[in-house]
Design a protein around this ligand. Structure first.
Ligand SMILES: [Zn+2]
Length: 131
């Protein structure tokens, strides 16, 4: 997934609630009107697992203006325990300590703050899971 698409979809990333396509079984996250794999419109509610591991990541140093205060931060692709892959922010760890394959768990965190309007956005992020 492209980084610009991640920013556009942040409002949908507030929960681990996803959808599963009745036709092809594809998991859709964040929520959409149709399956992005087969175009099917019969979508069932589906809750994503809270744990997974980091497949790959990049360090974002120049995000859109609303997110500048957080830079640099890590945007990763996490493979959840059911095999679903999602793009998410990795949090609670120095950017240089992030490593591929690390175990992660979901947390609900502030993702941006608009200084002028006072609007604060929240979204799911993932942090290292110590178990
Ligand atoms: Zn489908």
């Amino acid at each position: 997934m492209s980084v610009p698409r991640y920013w556009r979809e942040i409002p949908g990333r507030t929960r681990l609630e996803a959808q599963k396509c009745s036709k092809c079984g594809h998991v859709i996250y964040p929520e959409r009107l149709r399956c992005d794999k087969c175009g099917g419109v019969l979508l069932e509610p589906y809750t994503l697992p809270e744990k997974g591991k980091l497949l790959t990541f990049s360090i974002v140093r120049s995000p859109p203006s609303n997110f500048v205060k957080m830079a640099p931060f890590v945007l990763g692709i996490v493979e959840l325990e059911d095999g679903t892959r999602i793009t998410t922010q990795i949090t609670d760890i120095p950017v240089n300590d992030v490593s591929i394959g690390m175990s992660l768990e979901a947390v609900f965190r502030k993702i941006s703050e608009d200084g002028d309007s006072g609007i604060i956005q929240y979204a799911m992020k993932f942090r290292p899971a110590f178990r």
